[in-house]
Ligand binder design. Structure first.
Ligand code: NAD
Length: 429
């Protein structure tokens, strides 16, 4: 391996090698000794295949021109078109997109979806933009992406601060260029445009399917667990709702405005209506207010991280009191945090498995669009439960057999799928 590394110039100093990319790469390196793949394959997979950097100009409501940096990174297209969300956030960087794209590759492969991984992002403060500005921004961003996206090339989906409406604008912009409707260009779009039933709930519901499977293996009853959920958006809000519906006691939830805590269990449906009406949890009066830092350290059985990356770190992992952590967000546990949790015997259900419900139902959406044939909600929920359950069992078994963490086992499973395909395809020319 050393020889191969030495002949690739730029190692350690490429534009995307930010801390989050280094985390993704370090996880890959930790998994590699257990993956048993060829050196040339490992070396190829250390790098994203393609990255596009654009600046998106938009006339704002004020009449001024705003120019927004934006990115799309395709980590792999070995198994099929690349797939991944688009996020709007002030902290978006090329490296963040590259890390998230690499995780998407392992996630799609672990779930045995015929996709590689991609991720996109646009640096902006979405809450400070009007709907008209967001629409112009999304349409121009989509136009800038035209050379590299397509239903057989790269298929965007929603992520942080983007939603069905964002996908509808992307689909429309792409379709206007094509001259006909192309619903299969994005997933996570409105049902009326070819969206899938159950897509909106899929990631959060999938998080709870994975938690339920883990509880079964651990001999716990989900209904008896006290849960804390960080993040109350598409993933966290739905996951909290599902946990509540399944009888678990959700004792604390939070969003950017802070957290709400009640040892007796929160009224999650009331909190969801409140957040929908007011745009956040700020001002909710049915519990004690806690900060996000305090929330992570509350005594509980299960902590679901569904906000963003880098929340459990070397700094706070020693104070986490949960017995099981479920990563609904991508990359919420840093490398140092992970090592401390492992030492303390706290199991982590890794992101590439736990939040894979979203991309799995995105795949179902794409298949339905291509076939122009649509499935029922019950069918989709059942298919998702099967596919996640199968991936969970493979990961659990591999972790057990090899004495490795669930994260390494999930990555090894994904890496092996991609490596098998890349070995057969070889390197062109
Ligand atoms: P979202 O924008 O709908 O929700 C994010 C939530 O987290 C909001 O409630 C926000 O206020 C909160 N938040 C942000 N920063 C926070 C902080 N520092 N502390 C506490 N709360 C904070 O986004 P989402 O779609 O729910 O995505 C959340 C995470 O899940 C991201 O890491 C995303 O990449 C990942 N994810 C999303 C999907 C999906 O289908 N939406 C699929 C897989 C993974």
């Amino acid at each position: 391996m050393a020889e191969v590394q030495e002949v690739s110039p730029g190692r350690g100093e490429l534009e995307w090698e930010t801390p989050l990319y280094r985390t993704a790469l370090a996880q890959f390196e930790q998994a590699l000794p257990h993956a048993d793949i060829e050196d040339f394959v490992a070396e190829r997979l250390r790098y994203p295949e393609r990255a596009l950097v654009v600046s998106v100009p938009v006339h704002l409501d004020s009449g001024k021109l705003g120019v927004f940096p934006a990115y799309r990174v395709q980590h792999s297209t070995v198994l099929g078109p690349s797939k991944g969300g688009v996020r709007y956030d002030m902290e978006v960087t090329l490296g963040e997109c590259a890390a998230l794209a690499m995780w998407m590759t392992w996630k799609c492969a672990l779930l045995r979806l015929p996709y590689g991984g991609a991720k996109g992002g646009l640096r902006c403060s979405p809450k400070d933009l009007s709907p008209a500005e967001l629409q112009k921004l999304t349409r121009r961003f989509t136009a800038e992406l035209l050379p590299i996206i397509g239903p057989q090339a790269d298929i965007p989906a929603p992520d942080m601060a983007t939603n069905e409406q964002t996908m509808a604008w992307m689909m429309d912009t792409y379709s206007m260029q094509a001259g006909h409707a192309v619903p299969e260009i994005v997933t996570g779009k409105p049902i009326a445009l070819g969206g899938s039933l159950f897509r909106h709930e899929a990631t959060g519901a999938g998080v709870v399917m994975v938690i339920a499977r883990a509880c079964q293996r651990l001999g716990w009853r989900l209904g008896e667990q006290r849960c804390v959920v960080q993040g109350f958006g598409n993933v966290g809000g739905v996951a909290a709702g599902e946990l509540h519906d399944q009888g678990a006691k959700v004792v604390a939830v939070s969003d950017l405005s802070g957290g709400v805590h009640d040892e007796r269990g929160l009224d999650i449906p009331a909190l969801r209506s409140f957040a929908e009406e007011h745009g956040s949890l700020a001002g909710y009066e049915g519990g004690e207010r806690v900060t996000n830092e305090e929330l992570l350290e509350l005594p509980c059985d299960i902590l679901a991280l569904a906000a963003r990356e880098d929340q459990v770190t070397g700094e706070n992992a020693g104070r986490i009191k949960a017995k099981l952590i479920a990563e609904g967000a991508n990359g919420p546990t840093s490398l140092e945090g992970d090592a401390i949790l492992a030492d303390r015997g706290i199991a982590v259900l890794p992101d590439v498995l736990t939040n894979a419900g979203g991309v799995t139902v995105s795949y179902f959406e794409w298949v339905q669009d291509l076939g122009r044939l649509f499935w029922s909600r019950a069918e989709i929920r059942a298919k998702l439960a099967d596919q996640l359950g199968d991936a969970f069992d493979r990961v659990w078994r591999l972790a057990d057999e090899q004495g490795i963490s669930l994260r390494s086992a999930a990555l090894v499973s994904g890496i092996r799928e991609v490596a098998g395909a890349l070995t057969s395809r070889g390197i062109y020319p």
